[in-house]
Structures are given as structure tokens and as C-alpha cells.
Design a protein around this ligand. Sequence first.
Ligand code: SF4
Length: 73
Amino acid sequence: MKIRIDRGVCAGHALCAAKAPEVYRLDDEGYCCSDGEVVPVRLHAQARLGAQHCPEAAIFLDDEGEAAQPPEA
Ligand code: SF4
């Protein structure tokens, strides 16, 4: 899973990082700067939770390639 952030839409609410601090990082101005980061399998649920709480719908989660990852031990 890979994170895509629409930086033109992100308004710096920081709810993504509040809901999923292990997944989403904020820049010095409070905007999400996790665009392009790969989310490990163990954090997929958190990534989805953070995305669901973004009031601007600025977060997209690319699931491409997920099937190629080995299952967690
Ligand atoms: S919750 Fe959405 S709008 Fe707020 S910082 Fe995160 S991505 Fe940006």
C-alpha cells in the first residue's frame, strides 16, 4: 500500500496524523507530507482510518502490489 496526498487539497487539519500517528507525518506547517510513502501491512488498518477522517478527502491509498507482499508472521 502506498500513500498519495493531494497537496492542493490538504488543508492542514492534522486529523490524519492524530488518528494514525505511525502512518501520517506532518510538515512544519501542519500539512501531511507522507505522499509516496509505502505503508507496511501491519499499519494498513491505521492508514485507512486516517484517510477516512481526512475532512478534505485528500488521502488516497494505492493498494497496487499488495498481493505480492508476503503474509505477516
Ligand atoms: S487530515 Fe487531510 S487535510 Fe488534514 S493534514 Fe491530513 S491529509 Fe491534510
